[in-house]
Every structure is written in structure tokens, then in C-alpha cells.
Design a protein around this ligand. Structure first.
Ligand SMILES: Nc1nc2c(ncn2[C@@H]2O[C@H](COP(=O)(O)OP(=O)(O)OP(=O)(O)O)[C@@H](O)[C@H]2O)c(=O)[nH]1
Ligand SMILES: [Mg+2]
Length: 357
């Protein structure tokens, strides 16, 4: 037997035998590809509130595969009669204002009241949405595990128009699945607010109190779209500043023209972190729904939104089809050099192209 040298650190001790890291008795278990559901299975699943089927239907809606498109449209058509029975709420605010934290707190309050809520995000820049949604899933930790809440990130890699369309269609599916509150979150920095406004019943603008210049940096257009302005993070040292900011917004709003729906835009404060006055925000929304339902504006607004989508969709489809047509392509290619060189008037060339379609 070899004498072991315990004085050297280079000496390797035999040790004990380790079990193999893969279970040798494990049978090969090939991953079966997911079975494609039929339209009936999709529709039945959605109408019975099956979340897995709902998720898969949304994935189908988001797919760019033309085969999926047909099927998705059929599913949406069949869900349409079961949709429309929700309150659609748009929530916007600059990055970091506290939208996700607010939605978590607001959502939990609603599910505790027995409501079912779906949270959708509109965020056309895919890079950002990837980050923020992963963040949001953890930030809305409790809400994302709540049985009565359904959180769905913005589809990535699409243009704003594409995201808007998918979000509209996704809301229809969520409504058919029995969600009675749909929250659509967007970041208040670009054009996405206008898009969200065009698909919701109630538009909530979240703000925080700044030091002094309260009205700086907020686009007037966004303030004009808001059905309510809520100053969040009204807690601790910030409470007084938030109250002051609310008073300033209140007086600023008085300068705006009156809403045609008879609604006077309320300004309030809340703290999502401390769960304070979150139910007040819901009360404001309930008041809004009551008022606009009674005076007919609620359904009028939805109908007008549909008409707008109708025209917008014709326009954008027409544009796509037009430029994809072989004759058009050829004529454009033929005439473009002359237009560029000033040999042909752009109006004449455009008329020639239009005439060949
Ligand atoms: N004190 C206080 N802090 C809050 C409150 N709500 C949110 N915050 C904090 O503000 C920071 C940003 O909150 P988020 O909810 O991520 O803000 P957001 O608007 O979703 O941000 P983006 O998704 O990046 O646009 C976080 O650190 C929160 O903890 C609040 O009511 N009070
Ligand atoms: Mg967020």
C-alpha cells in the first residue's frame, strides 16, 4: 500500500464515489409537439375562461404566419359577440412614474372585489418591452400569480400599428374569456398614448410631483386626453408635494375646454406602495362609466372607435396591396428616374401609377 503524504496539498484523496448526474433508469421521453387546436376548441376554451387556451389564441393572433392569420380572424369573429362587456382602461405616464406598481396594487384591489382583470402592454420598441415586461412580471409579482388576473406583454418586433391591432384583438379575446376590466399600459413618451386612447373607455394619466415646475415636460396633448390625472407616490415626504401638484394640475385643467361627454376631469393623489387611495381611483372610473353610460357617450365612443379602425384598416391594407401589385411596382420603377431628374412632374407620375392599379 502506498503511503499517503498528508503534508502536501497536491495529494489527491480518493474520496467517495459520486452517483451519475443523469438518472440511468430514465426512459427516453420525446417532447411531443403541441397539438394544434381546432377553431371550435379555441373558441370553447376561451368562452369557458381557460387561460392556457386564451394564451395560445393570443399567440395565434400575434403570429405573422398567414395560415394563422385566417384562423385567428375566425376565432376573433366568433368571440366578438361575447366581447364588449368590460371597462377598458388605458394607463400612461413617463418611465418610472410608477405604472407597474400602480397596476399591481390596483389589480389586487379589483380581484379582491371579485373582478377579473387582464393587463396588456403597448410598447412598440421590442428591445424596451422585453426588458420592461420581464421587470413587470416580477414587479407585478402577486398579481401575476393571481387566478383572476392575466398579464400579457406587448408582442415584440412589431410596429406601433401592428402592436395596436394585436392589442385590440387581444382585448376582444380577453373580454370573451370573461375578464371584466382590461388595463392597457403604455409609456408616456411617444405616439402610443394616442393609439391607446383610441381603444379604451377611460384614459388615466399618472404623474409624480416634481420640484417646483409642475407643468414642465408634460405634453399638453396628453393632458387633454386624460379622463383623470392621478399623482402617485403620495407617501412619506412626498405627500405634501403631491397635494400641491394636484392643486396645480386642477387649476391648469380649468383652462382646458369642457369635455363633450360632460365629464369633469378629476385630479387625485395615491400611493401604490402604501395602497392608499387606490380604491378612490376605481371609484372615479366607476363614476365615469355611470355618467357616460347614462348619457350614451360610452357606447357612442366605442362605436366611433370601431368606425375609425374600419377606415384605418382599409387605408393601411390598401397601401400595402397597392405597392405590392406588380404593375404598380413596374410603373414606379419606370417613372421614378424621370421624377427624380425633374423630367416628369411628380403629380403626373403619381396619376400614371394610380391609373395602372
Ligand atoms: N414611494 C413610492 N414609490 C413608488 C410608488 N410606486 C412606485 N414606486 C417606485 O417607483 C419606481 C418605478 O416604479 P414602476 O412601477 O416600475 O414605474 P413604471 O412607470 O412602471 O416604469 P417603466 O415601466 O419603466 O415605465 C420603483 O422603484 C417603485 O418602487 C409609490 O406609490 N410610492
Ligand atoms: Mg412598468
Amino acid at each position: 500500500m502506498v503511503e499517503e503524504d498528508f503534508t502536501s496539498a497536491l495529494n489527491v484523496m480518493p474520496g467517495i464515489e459520486q452517483p451519475v448526474c443523469v438518472n440511468p433508469y430514465l426512459k427516453a421521453h420525446p417532447r411531443r409537439p403541441k397539438r394544434q387546436l381546432s377553431v371550435d376548441e379555441y373558441v370553447d376554451g376561451i368562452l369557458t375562461g381557460n387561460r392556457v387556451v386564451l394564451s395560445r389564441a393570443i399567440t395565434l393572433v400575434e403570429s405573422v404566419n398567414p395560415e394563422h392569420f385566417e384562423m385567428a380572424q375566425t376565432i376573433i369573429e366568433r368571440c366578438l359577440p361575447h366581447s364588449g362587456k368590460s371597462v377598458r382602461i388605458g394607463i400612461t405616464g413617463v418611465p418610472g412614474v410608477g405604472k407597474s406598481t400602480f397596476i399591481e396594487s390596483f389589480g389586487k384591489m379589483l380581484t379582491a372585489k371579485g373582478k377579473r382583470l387582464a393587463v396588456l402592454a403597448i410598447d412598440p420598441s421590442s428591445e424596451r418591452s422585453k426588458g420592461s415586461i420581464l421587470g413587470d412580471k416580477t414587479r407585478m409579482e402577486e398579481l401575476s400569480t393571481d387566478e383572476n388576473a392575466f398579464i400579457r406583454p406587448s408582442p415584440s418586433g412589431l410596429t406601433l400599428g401592428g402592436v395596436a391591432r394585436k392589442t385590440r384583438e387581444t382585448s376582444i379575446l380577453c373580454e370573451a374569456a370573461g375578464f371584466d376590466v382590461i388595463v392597457i399600459e403604455t409609456v408616456g413618451v411617444g405616439q402610443s398614448e394616442t393609439v391607446v386612447k383610441s381603444m379604451v373607455d377611460f384614459f388615466l394619466l399618472l404623474m409624480i410631483s416634481g420640484a417646483g415646475d409642475e407643468l414642465q415636460g408634460i405634453k399638453r396633448g396628453i393632458m387633454e386626453m386624460a379622463d383623470s390625472i392621478v399623482i402617485t407616490k403620495a407617501d412619506g415626504d412626498n405627500l405634501q408635494r403631491a397635494e400641491l401638484a394636484a392643486a396645480q394640475y386642477r387649476s391648469a385643467l380649468q383652462l382646458f375646454p369642457k369635455n363633450e361627454n360632460g365629464w369633469v376631469v378629476p385630479v387625485d393623489i395615491c400611493s401604490a406602495l402604501e395602497n392608499r387611495r387606490i380604491d378612490k381611483v376605481w371609484k372615479i372610473i366607476e363614476d365615469f362609466v355611470r355618467l357616460t353610460t347614462d348619457n350614451g357617450w360610452f357606447s357612442h365612443n366605442r362605436n366611433e372607435q370601431s368606425v375609425k379602425i374600419f377606415y384605418e384598416w382599409i387605408e393601411s391594407s390598401l397601401r400595402t396591396r397597392f405597392f405590392a401589385a406588380a404593375d404598380v411596382k413596374a410603373t414606379v420603377e419606370r417613372l421614378l428616374p424621370s421624377v427624380r431628374n425633374g423630367l416628369l412632374s411628380p403629380y403626373q407620375a403619381a396619376t400614371d401609377v394610380l391609373n395602372c392599379y
